[in-house]
Design a protein. Structure first.
Lengths: 1645, 260
C-alpha cells in the first residue's frame, strides 16, 4: 500500500477537530474564568469598600473640621511658648547642677562657661515679649543649655566605651590565665592584672552612674524649662496621629487605581484567582458548632461575612452602637427641624464695619474698620478701602454694599469684591469668604452617597452645632428641604442658604440607614460585637440565623423573606428562590428569636435585665409565658432532656403525687397513719419521706391482696409477715381497694421530674362547687361564659364540616338509617358528649370536701359594700380581673365579673366562702394563696374598737355574688331524660366507640345490648362499664353515657390540665413538642388545607349556631388556587432559571399570598402553607385546629377525627407561641455554647420562675423603671447638700464623675435614673407638671410638661450625686406616649396592684385624715422589693415566704400564704439576694456574735440599757413601733413593724443605714431621722447625752446593736432561776414510756 | 424650671444689683394691702381625728385647712411677689435688720404654729417643739431638699435654707398625721399671710410693675379680682406699685366651692 498523507485518520479532518475543540476549550476556559471573576460576592465587597471609603473620608472630614480650630490654637500657643520668657530660677538650677558636677570632677571652669547662657537669657529678658528677637534669644538659650546636656551625654558614652575596653581586657586576661594554668605557668601576675582590671571596672561603673545621673538631671531640667512648648507639641502630635491614622486608613481603600496598582492588578481576571487581595472570601470556622448534614455532624463554615462586611462595626467611640444601623424601611424617612440663626450683620459675618452714610462719598462704601483675624482681614481688606463692586454689581452706597453682602443667595462660594485701596487709586479684586452650610449649621454635605452615587449626603455634623441639635447624622441622605426636592448639592445650598428665613426652622426630609448587607447588626450589645456574649468569631452566624453558611451567593444562602412581597422583590433583584433542598433555611425575621432556645433553655434569662435593659427576645419570652399559661404541656410533652443530656426548655407536668394521694384518700380502708401520710403527700408532695412511707404501706397491703388471690409460697409469707409487722397481729387481709393498690407505684421517685403544675382547676370535688347547667355550658363553649378564658374550645368547631352533602348515616329514633350532613352528624354526637362529660364529672366527683363554716363572734351581716373594698384592697385584683374595676386587668387567675352566674347557688356560695378562707382545703395544688381573711374587729378613726366584728370572707362573697350577672347561656342546657332521638344518637356514638375494639357488627350489638359477660376479663377498663346486659332503658342510657364520657375524657385529654378522679396516672395525649421545630414537613398532614382555605377564605367567623346549615362563605368550587401558581410562576419567569417545582407553589389549591387583601403576616403564612412548611402548618393549626380534617372526615370514624381544641389567641399571641414552638429543636450545640449562668445569674433565672409562678410581681414592684436621659448641661440645678452621716453619701469614682459630665455630639449630657415618676394622687397616673412643679390641667396645652422623677437609687447627674429622697428630678415629658423627651424609659417589673391602689388608698385615708401625705401611700401598699436582698436576712425571708406573718400594720393587705415549698422559697431568697448583690445563701452577722457585744461592753458597760433608753424615750422609736409588751396607740397608718423581731429580719448594715436616714433608702417613708448627724464636734449631733453618752454615730450603732441583740437584752431582763424547783422527794412511779410499743408512740405523735 | 444661674458670675451680678439698689437713693417704694374673703358659704370641715398622745387630745387641735372669720374673712392665704425669672427684686434697706431674726415654726398643741411660715433665704429657720410630746417635722421642700427629723420635746432644730422655693410647701408630722402646715421660702421679704381678719399688707416694695402670686392651701386663687388686676389660672396678677403710695386691692374673693 502506497504511503499517503492519510494514515490512520484523515489528518486534515483531525486538524479541524483539534482546531475546533481547542477553540471550544479556550472559550470554555475563558467563560469559566469570566464566571469566576464575576461572582456575586465580589460586587458586594467592592460596593462595601466604596462605602467604607466614603465613611473614612467622612470621618477624616469630621476630624479635620473638629480639629482645625484646635490645631490653629495649639500652633499659636506653641509659637507663643517658643517666645516666652524663661523662669530664671530654672536656669539657675541648671547652672547649679553643672557647677556641682564640675566641682565633683574637680574641673575649675572659667566663668566664660556660662557666658552664652547668660547672654541669651539677658537678651531674652530684654527682648520685646513675643518678638522674633525673643524667639531667637530663647532658641539660643535652649541651644546653649542643650550643649551642656550634649556634653554630658558625650562624656557618659565615653565612659561607657572605656568601661567596655576594660571589660574586654579583663576577658582577655581571664583567658590568658586559663592558658597559663594549662601550660603550668605562674599566674600570679595575671591574677594581679585581673584584680586591677576588676577594680578599674568598679571605679568606671561608679563614674558612669554619676555621669548618667548628671545627664538625667540636666535633661529633666531642660524639659522643665521647655514644659509648655513640649506639652503643646505633644497635643499637636496627637491630633496629627489621629489624622494620619485616618489618612492611612484611606489609603487602604484607594479610589484611583493608580494609588494602589498592585491591588488593582490582582483584581484583574485570572490574576484574582492567583493572589488574594483585599477582595477575598472570608469565613468563620466553627469546629465545635456542628451542623446536621443528615446522619453526620459537620463543622460549620459561615461565610456570611463575605458580603455582610460591616456586621460588627460599631459607631466611633461606642462599644455597642451599630455603625450602620439597620433601620426598618418604614422608619427610614424622617423629618427633622433645622434651626436657623438670627439675621447676622456685615460686622458679625465679615469682621468689618462700613462707614456710616454721612461719612461716605456718594457712590462708594468705605470700610471703616477691619477686625483682625476676620474674613475681611483674611481677604486682605484694610481700613479705608472702598468697595466698588460686590459680585460684579456696582455699589453706590454703604447700604448697597451691606445689602449685597448679607444677601444669602450669593453665599456659599467666596464672593468677589472690587475695591479701591485706601489712599490710592489702584483698583483691585479680592475674594471674600461668605457663610456656608458649615458656618451656619455646622453641616457639610457631599454630592454622592455611601452606596448610591447621586445621594446628597451629610458628611460632617459639627458637634454642638444646629445640625447636631436637629439630630442630623453622618450618612443621612437629604431628600427634601421644606418639601422642595433635593437632587444635587447646589439644590441643597440653594434652599438652605438662599431661601433662609431667619430664626425659622427648616424642615428637612432625610433618609437614614442602608440596605443589607451594608448594615451592622442592630444589637451589637448582644450579638457579634466584641463585648457581646455572642462574639462573631465564637458563634458565627448560622447558629442563630440558620441558612446555608457556606454559600457566597444571595440565592444559595437560603435567605428567607419575611413576607411574599419581599420574596417577590428578592427574586427580581437577586434571583432568590425557595430552596427546598436545604433543610435549614434562614429563619425569617419574624421567628428569629426561636433560635435563642437552642442554648437558652430556661428562657427567663432572656427577660430584660440590668445589663440588657432592652428586651433581648420579647416575642420568644412572651410565647414561653403563653405556653405556660395555656398549659400546652398538659397534652404536649416538652421534654428538655434526652436521657441525662439537656436539649432544650423543659416544660413537663410535675409528678402526679398530689393527685394520687388525693385519690388514695378516698379509699375507706386507710388506717389513720396511712391517712395522715396521704394527707401530707397531698399537701406537700415534695416530702419524699412521707411519700415513700405511703407507697410502702400500700404495697404491703397490695401484697396481702395478691396473697389472698393466690396462696403465697411460704418464703414470701415470711417476708410479708415482717413487712406487715406494724399492723399488729391481726388477720392479714387487704384493707385497700385494687384501684388504690394500682396507684402505689405512681408514688415512686423519679429521676428528673417535671416541675409545672396543671393549669386547670381540680375537678376532684367538682360537685361541691358547680351545677350541671353551668358545667354543661362551660364544656360546650367556655368563652360563652368567660370570653377571656384560657380553657380552649373542644366542641362546635364545624367550619370545615360540609353543611350540604348528606353522606353520613345515622339511626333515627325509630332505628331507621337516615343520611345526614357532616355538620348534623357531628353536632348530634357532640351534644351527647358534652352532656355525658358534665354528668360524669359531677357523678364521679370525689365526696368528702367539707365546707368551711364562718367563725363565731361575727356581729355584722355580710356587706357587699365592705366586700367591694376588701376585694379591691386585699390583693384579689393582683391576679383576677373584674369588670367593676376597669383600671387593672391581670390574667393570673380567671376574670370574676360573671362569677355570680356560676356560683349563686347555696353550694356555690358555701364553696366560694370556703375557697376564699382557705383555697388549699379544696385544692392543695392551687396557686391561689390563703389571704388570711380572719374576722376584723372594726375600729373607729381614733383606732378604738367599736365592738363590731366583721367577716371579710363573707363580705367578699356578698360582693362577688351580689354583682348582678345577667348572663344567659347561648343555648339552654338540656335537662331531664334523653329524648328518643338523643338515645339513638347515644347508641350510635357508643357503637362508634366500640368499633375501635370490635368488628362493626359486634360493636353494634354490644352497644345495643351490652357486652357479653364472658368478655369481662378481656375488655379494657372503659368498656367494663358496658359488660353485662342492660337492666332497662334507664340503665342502658346511664351506662352508655358513662362509657361515652370516659372515652371522651381520654380522647380529649382533659386530665392534661385538670385533676380528675380516676385519671391520676393518665399520660398526655398530644404530640411531644421537644423537636417540633425540626419536624419533617413530610410528616405533617396538610391534607386538603389549601382547598379549605381557598373555598372558605382566611378569616372565617364562626358560622353561628352549631348545626345550622348553609351559613358562612361556602363555595364548593376550587379555582382561586390557580392564581397563586400564576404569580409564583411569574416570579420564576423573570428569573428564568429554576424549574417551578422548586418554588413550593406547585401544590396548588392555595390562596394567592400576593393578593392585596392579605396583610403581610397573613400573606407570609399562606405562602408558607402553600409551600408545605412547618410555620404555615402551625399557624393554621393554632387558628383552626380541626380544619385539616376538611373532606377527610368522610373516610374517618368519628373517634379518629382531629381533637385539638381551639385556643383563644390573638394574632400576636399566636405568633409568640409559634416562635417558642418553632424554637424547640432538641439541637443543643456543644456544651460550651449552652447558656450556663454564673451562680448569681443562675439564682436570678431560677427565682424568676418562682416569681412568675406565684405572680409576686402582681402586687410588688420588683424592679423600678430605668430611665436613660439626655439633657443640656445646665439643666439640673446643683443639688442641695444636706448634713448627712458620711457613710450615707456615695463616693463616685473620678472617672464616673467625668463620664457624667461628658457631652455627646449634640452637646448633651447623659444620666441613668432608677426609680419612677411621681403619681397623681387622684388618678394614680404619672404626674405631669409644669416647670414650677404645678400639675398641668388637662385643658392646658401650652405649658411644657415635665415628670418629677423620684429616685430609688442614688444617681450621678452632671457630676453631682442626687440622693434618694432629697429631691425629685424634673424631666421634660413627651406630650404623647409618656416617657422622657430625650431618652428611653425602660419599664419596671411588677407592682400593677400597688400602682392601681395608690390613688384609692389615699382617697380612703383622706376620709379619716385630710392631712394625709399622698407620697407616703406607698408605705400602705405592698412594699417594693428592689432592695429586698440587701435588706433582709436570708433565713428570715425563707421562713417568711413559707409562712408569712403580719409585719406592717400600715399596709392595707398582708402577705398571703402561697404554701410554697422550701425549695421555692429558697429560690426566691437567692433571687433577691443575687439581684441586690448581697451574700447568699448565708450571711455572716458579726453584730450578733457573743464576743462582739462583750468587747463593746468593756468600754461601755451600759451599752444595751443606754440604747434602750433611746428606744423607749417618748420622743423616738416607741412613738410608732411596738416593742416587747409595749403597744402603741393611734391609727395604723402611723405604726411601724414591731421591733422585737427585727434582729431576725434585717441585715445589720441595712438597719444601720435605715435608722441613720430612712429617706435615703425609701424616698416615700414617713419615718424620720431620730439621731441626727451634725458636722460639729464633739458629739456630731445625736440625741441627748443623758440618754446615751457618746457621738451620734455611737448612739446610732448602740441602737443597732440593741435591736440586733434584742433577744440577748430580753434574756438579761428575765430570770428563770427562781422557777427551777429541785425535786423534794424521789418519784414513786417509774416512767412508763419505755414500756410502750414503738407503734403506739408513732401513732400518738 | 429655672436653670442654674451660672454660679459665681450670677452671684456677683446679684450682689452688684443689690448694692446698686441699696445705694440708689433714687429708688422709690410703695406698699400693697388687701383682704381675703370667702365668696359663699364656707365648707364644713372634717374634724381632726386626734388619735395619739393624751396631751394632743387635751390640746384639741382644729382643722386649719380653711379658717374663716364670721364676716367671711379668710385667714392663712398667702400673697408673695414673684421676681422675674432669673431676676432679683430690690430690697428696701429696712428689711436688712429683720434678716437675722429667725423664722420660727413651732410644734405647739399638736399643731404647727404658725400655720404658714414665711422664711427668707438667709434667714435662720428654727423648728421648735414646745409640746411635752415628741414630734417629727417632715418638710417636703423641692429646691432646698426634703427632710424629716424628729424634734424631741422642748428641743429646737435649725436648718439653713439657701434657695427660694416656687410655692408654699407642706410640712407634716408623721407621729401625729393630722398636723399640717406650710412653709414659703423666698429670696426677698415681699410676702404675707392673711391674718384672722383676712387682711395682709406688704410694705416697701420697689415702685413699678410686679407679679404677685395669690395662694391658699386649697390651690391657686384663680380668676380673682385684686384691685384693678385679675389673677390668672396660676394665681398670678400683675400689680403696679406707685412710689410712696399704698395700693389697696380691696376684697379678694375666693369662691367657697374652691375650698375643700
Amino acid at each position: 500500500m502506497p504511503a499517503t498523507e492519510k494514515t490512520w485518520r484523515d489528518q486534515a479532518r483531525m486538524h479541524v477537530i483539534f482546531g475546533v475543540s481547542s477553540i471550544v476549550m479556550l472559550v470554555g476556559t475563558i467563560w469559566m474564568l469570566a464566571k469566576d471573576h464575576n461572582r456575586e460576592w465580589r460586587r458586594w465587597q467592592l460596593d462595601d469598600r466604596a462605602r467604607e471609603r466614603w465613611t473614612i473620608q467622612a470621618q477624616l472630614a469630621q476630624e479635620e473640621a473638629e480639629s482645625t480650630a484646635r490645631q490653629r490654637e495649639l500652633r499659636e500657643q506653641l509659637t507663643a511658648a517658643k517666645r516666652a520668657r524663661v523662669d530664671a530660677s530654672l536656669v539657675q538650677e541648671f547652672k547649679a547642677a553643672v557647677t556641682a558636677e564640675n566641682r565633683r570632677l574637680g574641673k575649675e571652669k572659667s566663668a566664660a562657661e556660662f557666658r552664652e547662657v547668660d547672654q541669651s537669657l539677658t537678651a531674652l529678658e530684654n527682648a520685646e515679649l513675643g518678638s522674633d528677637d525673643a524667639a531667637d534669644a530663647r532658641a539660643n538659650l535652649i541651644d546653649a543649655l542643650n550643649d551642656f546636656a550634649q556634653e554630658a551625654r558625650r562624656r557618659e558614652n565615653q565612659l561607657l566605651t572605656e568601661k567596655k575596653f576594660l571589660a574586654a581586657d579583663q576577658t582577655a586576661a581571664v583567658s590568658a590565665r586559663g592558658l597559663a594554668i594549662g601550660e603550668g605557668r605562674s599566674t600570679a601576675e595575671i591574677e594581679a592584672r585581673i584584680q586591677k582590671l576588676a577594680d578599674q571596672i568598679l571605679t568606671k561603673d561608679a563614674e558612669l552612674a554619676e555621669a548618667k545621673d548628671y545627664r538625667l538631671k540636666l535633661e529633666a531640667s531642660l524639659r522643665q524649662i521647655q514644659a509648655d512648648e513640649l506639652e503643646k507639641e505633644k497635643q499637636l502630635a496627637e491630633i496629627d496621629a489621629e489624622l494620619d491614622r485616618l489618612h492611612e486608613n484611606m489609603e487602604l481603600y484607594p479610589a484611583d487605581p493608580l494609588d494602589a496598582p498592585g491591588e488593582w492588578l490582582n483584581r484583574l481576571p485570572v490574576l484574582d484567582a492567583l493572589y488574594t487581595g483585599n477582595v477575598k472570601l472570608d469565613q468563620i470556622w466553627l469546629p465545635d458548632m456542628k451542623i446536621n448534614y443528615n446522619f453526620s455532624y459537620v463543622a460549620r463554615y459561615d461565610r456570611c461575612i463575605v458580603c455582610h462586611r460591616a456586621i460588627d462595626k460599631t459607631a466611633p467611640g461606642s462599644a455597642t452602637e451599630p455603625a450602620y444601623p439597620a433601620i426598618p424601611r418604614s422608619e427610614r424617612e424622617q423629618v427633622v427641624q433645622l434651626a436657623t440663626p438670627p439675621q447676622p450683620t456685615v460686622t458679625d459675618l465679615y469682621g468689618m464695619t462700613l462707614a456710616p452714610p454721612a461719612e461716605n462719598a456718594p457712590g462708594a462704601a468705605i470700610i471703616q474698620e477691619v477686625v483682625a483675624k476676620s474674613w475681611a482681614s483674611d481677604a486682605g481688606l484694610k481700613n479705608g478701602d472702598v468697595i466698588l463692586e460686590v459680585a460684579e454689581e456696582s455699589v453706590a452706597s454703604a447700604a448697597d454694599a451691606e445689602k449685597l453682602l448679607v444677601d444669602p443667595t450669593t453665599w456659599g462660594e467666596p464672593i468677589e469684591l472690587q475695591v479701591r485701596r485706601a489712599g490710592g487709586e489702584a483698583e483691585e479684586a479680592v475674594e471674600l469668604r461668605t457663610p456656608t452650610l458649615d458656618y451656619l449649621y455646622g453641616l457639610i454635605l457631599t454630592p454622592y452617597g455611601q452606596v448610591n452615587k447621586d445621594d446628597v449626603t451629610v458628611q460632617v455634623v459639627k458637634p454642638q452645632s444646629r445640625a447636631a441639635l436637629a439630630g442630623l447624622q453622618m450618612g443621612d441622605v437629604l431628600l427634601e428641604v421644606n418639601n422642595g426636592p433635593v437632587d444635587s448639592l447646589s439644590d441643597a445650598e440653594h434652599y438652605l442658604l438662599g431661601e433662609i428665613k431667619w430664626e425659622q426652622p427648616f424642615s428637612l426630609t432625610i433618609r437614614r440607614g442602608l440596605n443589607q448587607p451594608f448594615t451592622s447588626h442592630p444589637r451589637l450589645d448582644l450579638f457579634v460585637g466584641s463585648s457581646s456574649p455572642h462574639k462573631k468569631g465564637e458563634m458565627g452566624c448560622t447558629i442563630c440565623h440558620d441558612g446555608q453558611g457556606s454559600a457566597t451567593e444571595f440565592k444559595w444562602a437560603s435567605h428567607t423573606p419575611n413576607d411574599p412581597q419581599q420574596a417577590l422583590d428578592w427574586s427580581r433583584k437577586h434571583g432568590w428562590f425557595d430552596n427546598h433542598h436545604w433543610i435549614f433555611p434562614m429563619t425569617p425575621e419574624r421567628f428569629i428569636e426561636s433560635n435563642c432556645l437552642k442554648c437558652h433553655h430556661e428562657v427567663v434569662e432572656l427577660e430584660p435585665s440590668e445589663r440588657f435593659p432592652e428586651p433581648p427576645a420579647p416575642k420568644l419570652v412572651k410565647g414561653y409565658h403563653l405556653v405556660r399559661e395555656f398549659g400546652c404541656y398538659g397534652c404536649h410533652e416538652i421534654n428538655g432532656y434526652d436521657g441525662a443530656k439537656r436539649i432544650g426548655p423543659d416544660m413537663r407536668i410535675e409528678p402526679n403525687y398530689y393527685e394520687v394521694a388525693s385519690q388514695i384518700l378516698a379509699d375507706p380502708g386507710l388506717n389513720d397513719e396511712e391517712k395522715e401520710l396521704a394527707r401530707t403527700v397531698a399537701e406537700r408532695p415534695e416530702d419524699a419521706e412521707a411519700r415513700n412511707d405511703l407507697m410502702r404501706a400500700i404495697q404491703a397491703d397490695a401484697a396481702l391482696a395478691s396473697a389472698d388471690a393466690k396462696p403465697p409460697l411460704g418464703r414470701e409469707l415470711g417476708e410479708e409477715g415482717q413487712a406487715d409487722n406494724a399492723a399488729g397481729d391481726e388477720e392479714q387481709e387487704a384493707r385497700l381497694t385494687e384501684a388504690t393498690h394500682a396507684l402505689a407505684d405512681a408514688l415512686g421517685d423519679l429521676d428528673a421530674p417535671g416541675s409545672l403544675r396543671r393549669v386547670g382547676p381540680s375537678l376532684r370535688h367538682l360537685a361541691s362547687k358547680v351545677n350541671y347547667d353551668w358545667l354543661y355550658n362551660w364544656i360546650r363553649r367556655p368563652a360563652d361564659f368567660r370570653p377571656s378564658t384560657r380553657m380552649p374550645q373542644f366542641f362546635l368547631q364545624d367550619e370545615h364540616l360540609n353543611p350540604k352533602r348528606k353522606d353520613f348515616t345515622i339511626h333515627d329514633a325509630a332505628g331507621k338509617e337516615v343520611k345526614v350532613t357532616d355538620r348534623e352528624y357531628t353536632a348530634r354526637f357532640e351534644n351527647i358528649e358534652i352532656r355525658a362529660l358534665a354528668e360524669y364529672l359531677l357523678a364521679h366527683s370525689q365526696p368528702g370536701f367539707e365546707y368551711i363554716q364562718p367563725p363565731q363572734g361575727i356581729t355584722e351581716q355580710p356587706s357587699a359594700e365592705r366586700g367591694r373594698w376588701l376585694f379591691e384592697s386585699r390583693g384579689c385584683l393582683a391576679c383576677h380581673s373584674h369588670a367593676e374595676f376597669p383600671g387593672i386587668a391581670s390574667n393570673q387567675g380567671p376574670d370574676l365579673s360573671r362569677i355570680a352566674a356560676k356560683l349563686n347557688t347555696e353550694k356555690g356560695q358555701q364553696w366560694l366562702y370556703s375557697w376564699l378562707k382557705d383555697p388549699k382545703s379544696y385544692h392543695t395544688r392551687t396557686v391561689m394563696p390563703n389571704l388570711f381573711l380572719d374576722p376584723i374587729n372594726e375600729v373607729d378613726a381614733a383606732g378604738n374598737p367599736t365592738g363590731s366584728v366583721t367577716d371579710p370572707a363573707a363580705d367578699i362573697v356578698a360582693f362577688l355574688l351580689g354583682v348582678p350577672a345577667n348572663w344567659q347561656p347561648e343555648v339552654p342546657p338540656p335537662t331531664g331524660e334523653l329524648s328518643a332521638d338523643e338515645r339513638a344518637a347515644l347508641n350510635d356514638l357508643t357503637t362508634v366507640w366500640l368499633s375501635a375494639a370490635f368488628p362493626r357488627r359486634r360493636a353494634e350489638r354490644f352497644a345495643t345490648n351490652g357486652i357479653d359477660d364472658r368478655l369481662a376479663a378481656t375488655v379494657k377498663v372503659d368498656e367494663q362499664v358496658l359488660v353485662g346486659e342492660y337492666q332497662n332503658d334507664e340503665d342502658k342510657t346511664k351506662r352508655q353515657l358513662e362509657y361515652v364520657a370516659r372515652r371522651s375524657l381520654s380522647r380529649y385529654g382533659c386530665f392534661g390540665c385538670h385533676d380528675i378522679p380516676g385519671y391520676e396516672t393518665a399520660k398526655p395525649i398530644g404530640t411531644p413538642l421537644a423537636n417540633w421545630g425540626r419536624k419533617d414537613p413530610a410528616q405533617l398532614a396538610f391534607e386538603n388545607i389549601g382547598t379549605f382555605l381557598a373555598s372558605h377564605g382566611v378569616d372565617i367567623e364562626r358560622s353561628g349556631q352549631h348545626g345550622t346549615e348553609g351559613t358562612g362563605p361556602h363555595r364548593e368550587t376550587i379555582g382561586v388556587g390557580d392564581t397563586s401558581e400564576t404569580t409564583v410562576a411569574a416570579i420564576e419567569d423573570e428569573h428564568g432559571e429554576e424549574p417551578s417545582e422548586e418554588h413550593g407553589g406547585g401544590h396548588g389549591h392555595g390562596l394567592d399570598p400576593l393578593d392585596d387583601k392579605y396583610d403581610s403576616d397573613t400573606a407570609y403564612f399562606l405562602q408558607s402553607l402553600n409551600s408545605h412548611q412547618r410555620n404555615g402548618f402551625l399557624w393554621q393549626k393554632l387558628r383552626m385546629p380541626r380544619s385539616y380534617d376538611y373532606e377527610t372526615t368522610r373516610t374517618k370514624r368519628y373517634d379518629e377525627r382531629l381533637r385539638m381544641p381551639k385556643f383563644n389567641f390573638t394574632d400576636e399571641e399566636r405568633e409568640a407561641v409559634m416562635t417558642f414552638i418553632l424554637g424547640l429543636t432538641s439541637e443543643a450545640p456543644a456544651e460550651r455554647y449552652i447558656y450556663r449562668p454564673a451562680p448569681r445569674q443562675e439564682a436570678i433565672v431560677q427565682g424568676r420562675h418562682v416569681l412568675d409562678k406565684y405572680n409576686c410581681a402582681g402586687c410588688h414592684v420588683v424592679d423600678m423603671e430605668r430611665w436613660e436621659i439626655a439633657f443640656e448641661p445646665d439643666w439640673f440645678e446643683e443639688p442641695p447638700t444636706p448634713t448627712e452621716y458620711p457613710f450615707l453619701i456615695p463616693q463616685p469614682a473620678p472617672e464616673q464623675i467625668e463620664a457624667s459630665l461628658a457631652l455627646d455630639r449634640r452637646g448633651l449630657q447623659h444620666a441613668e435614673l432608677y426609680g419612677m415618676p411621681t403619681r397623681d394622687e387622684a388618678t394614680g397616673a404619672p404626674r405631669v407638671v409644669d416647670e414650677d412643679g404645678v400639675p398641668i390641667e388637662p385643658d392646658d396645652t401650652e405649658s411644657q410638661p415635665f415628670y418629677e422623677f423620684q429616685l430609688y437609687e442614688h444617681a450621678l447627674v452632671s457630676g453631682a450625686t442626687r440622693l434618694v429622697g432629697l429631691q425629685n428630678l424634673m424631666i421634660p415629658a413627651k406630650r404623647q406616649g409618656g416617657g422622657p423627651v430625650r431618652g428611653t424609659a425602660h419599664p419596671g417589673y411588677g407592682g400593677d396592684l400597688a400602682k392601681y391602689l395608690y390613688s384609692r388608698v389615699i382617697a380612703e385615708e383622706k376620709k379619716l385624715n385630710p392631712a394625709a401625705v399622698a407620697s407616703e401611700a406607698w408605705g400602705w401598699l405592698p412594699p417594693p422589693l428592689h432592695h429586698e436582698g440587701e435588706k433582709v436576712q436570708t433565713d428570715w425571708l425563707h421562713d417568711f415566704l413559707m409562712d408569712p406573718i403580719a409585719l406592717r400594720p400600715a399596709v392595707v393587705m398582708r402577705m398571703p400564704n402561697f404554701h410554697m415549698s422550701s425549695d421555692e422559697a429558697s429560690k426566691l431568697v437567692n433571687y433577691f439576694a443575687a439581684k441586690s448583690n448581697a451574700e447568699f445563701p448565708y450571711e455572716y452577722n458579726n453584730r450578733r456574735r457573743g464576743g462582739y457585744l462583750a468587747r463593746l461592753e468593756e468600754s461601755h458597760p451600759e451599752l444595751l440599757d443606754d440604747a434602750m433608753k433611746i428606744v423607749t424615750n417618748g420622743n423616738y422609736c416607741v412613738k410608732c413601733h411596738a416593742i416587747g409588751d409595749y403597744e402603741v396607740r393611734g391609727t395604723v397608718k402611723t405604726l411601724g413593724p414591731d421591733l422585737d423581731q427585727v434582729y431576725r429580719r434585717l441585715r445589720p448594715d441595712y438597719m444601720r443605714r435605715w435608722i441613720a436616714n430612712p429617706q435615703r433608702i425609701l424616698p416615700y417613708t414617713g419615718m424620720p431621722v431620730n439621731i441626727p448627724y451634725a458636722a460639729e464636734p464633739p458629739n456630731h449631733g445625736g440625741v441627748s447625752q443623758e440618754l446615751f453618752p457618746g457621738t451620734s454615730i455611737m448612739q446610732l450603732d448602740g441602737v443597732v446593736d440593741l435591736l440586733m441583740n434584742y433577744d440577748e437584752y430580753a434574756k438579761r431582763q428575765t430570770s428563770v432561776k427562781g422557777l427551777v424547783r429541785e425535786p423534794t422527794a424521789p418519784t414513786e412511779t417509774p416512767p412508763a414510756a419505755s414500756d410502750q410499743p414503738p407503734n403506739d408512740r408513732a401513732a400518738s405523735r | 424650671m429655672s436653670k442654674t444661674l451660672k454660679s459665681n458670675k450670677a452671684v456677683v451680678f446679684g450682689l452688684i444689683a443689690l448694692l446698686a439698689a441699696s445705694n440708689a437713693a433714687a429708688a422709690e417704694w410703695g406698699s400693697v394691702k388687701g383682704r381675703f374673703v370667702v365668696d359663699g358659704t364656707p365648707p364644713k370641715l372634717t374634724p381632726l381625728a386626734v388619735t395619739k398622745d393624751q396631751h394632743c387630745i387635751d390640746s384639741k387641735p382644729v382643722n386649719e385647712s380653711v379658717v374663716v372669720g364670721e364676716d367671711g374673712s379668710l385667714a392663712n392665704a398667702v400673697v408673695y411677689l414673684r421676681p422675674p425669672r432669673r431676676g432679683k427684686v430690690e430690697v428696701h434697706p429696712d428689711y436688712a435688720a429683720k434678716l437675722s431674726e429667725p423664722a420660727v415654726l413651732d410644734n405647739n398643741g399638736c399643731s404647727f404654729k404658725p400655720h404658714v411660715t414665711l422664711v427668707r433665704v438667709g434667714q435662720p429657720f428654727a423648728i421648735k417643739n414646745s409640746d411635752p410630746v415628741g414630734h417629727n417635722t417632715k418638710a417636703t421642700l423641692l429646691v432646698n431638699g426634703a427632710f424629716n427629723v424628729t424634734i424631741a420635746s422642748g428641743q429646737e432644730m435649725k436648718t439653713p435654707l439657701t434657695k427660694p422655693e416656687r410655692m408654699p410647701l407642706p410640712v407634716n408630722c408623721n407621729i401625729h398625721p393630722w398636723m399640717q402646715g406650710y412653709v414659703l421660702v423666698q429670696d426677698h421679704p415681699y410676702m404675707a399671710v392673711s391674718g384672722e381678719d383676712g387682711t395682709f399688707s406688704i410694705e416697701n416694695i420697689p415702685a413699678g410693675k410686679h407679679e404677685f402670686v395669690f395662694w391658699h392651701e386649697s390651690g391657686w386663687v384663680q380668676n380673682a379680682t385684686a384691685g384693678k388686676a385679675k389673677t390668672d389660672r396660676r394665681g398670678v396678677a400683675e400689680l403696679t406699685i406707685a412710689a410712696g403710695q399704698t395700693l389697696d386691692l380691696g376684697d379678694i374673693k375666693v369662691p367657697a366651692a374652691k375650698l375643700k
